[in-house]
Write a protein that binds this ligand. Structure first.
Ligand code: DX5
Ligand code: ZN
Length: 229
């Protein structure tokens, strides 16, 4: 996978039909999704439980492109190999999930995946300053993690600061939470290139009638691309 900073839309299957993940992944990919964003929650790091590595392994054959797994779990390290075995391309851990984020990111790379680090809304960019050389992605949360469909928390200054910190490094800035055609331009202008969107993509479509997914993805992509920094 070569690095490029054009706008990528990553639908979050947290907003998809949980009884039909395979078909939902195939449908959003066919409708223009760049990556598939997979939210893993443990009911401990965040106040909600979604699913784990077994589900990731089950959906992997239904994804042609990038499987972007966002871990909202603590601890992370005991489960890294399970997500590698499940076929995750990108594995993102929260900087708040434990005292040894550097070790965790090294272990993700060593297991053959691309490491990402995520920041909660209340965490400053300085928390990831010392790991920018060992990650492929920084995920800036624009909601408090745990649920889809929450109200967007504006964070343009934080994103722009992170963009400056990253400089020439080949590191994606991913935004997660409340992304839609209205919030996307400000995020792209601040320096984001990967936009996760759950409810804004999956509303108005189904796996058997997915054209609404395509309309939604295009609306977010076009709004962001026109504003990208
Ligand atoms: C939140 C998850 C998000 C979520 C986004 O904890 O990490 O990926 O699914 O959903 P929307 O786009 O509906 O805010
Ligand atoms: Zn997520």
């Amino acid at each position: 996978m070569s690095f490029e900073r054009s706008i990528k839309i990553a639908p979050s299957i947290l907003a998809a039909d949980f009884a039909n993940f395979g078909a939902e992944c195939a449908a959003v990919e066919a409708q223009g999704a760049d990556w598939i964003h997979v939210d893993v929650m443990d009911g401990h790091f965040v106040p909600n439980i979604s699913f784990g590595p077994t589900t990731c392994a089950a959906i992997r054959p239904h994804i042609k492109g990038v499987m972007d797994v966002h871990l909202m779990i603590s601890p992370v390290d005991p489960y890294i190999q399970a997500f590698a075995d499940a076929g995750a391309d990108i594995l993102t851990a929260h900087v708040e999930a434990g005292p040894h984020i550097h070790r965790t990111l090294q272990a993700i790379r060593a297991a053959g995946m691309r490491p990402g680090v995520a920041l909660n809304p209340g965490t400053p960019t300085s928390a990831v300053a010392e790991v920018l050389d060992i990650v492929d992605l920084v995920c800036v949360m624009t909601v408090n993690p745990g649920f889809g469909g929450q109200k967007f928390i504006p964070m343009a200054a934080k994103i722009a600061e992170l963009r400056d910190m990253i400089g020439d490094r080949e590191v994606h800035i991913e935004i997660d939470g409340g992304v839609d055609p209205n919030t996307a331009p400000g995020l792209a202008a601040a320096g984001a290139d990967v936009l996760v969107a759950g409810s804004a993509v999956f509303k108005g479509g189904t796996a058997t009638d997915p054209s609404g997914y395509g309309t939604n993805i295009t609306a977010i992509r076009d709004a962001a691309t026109a504003a990208q920094r």
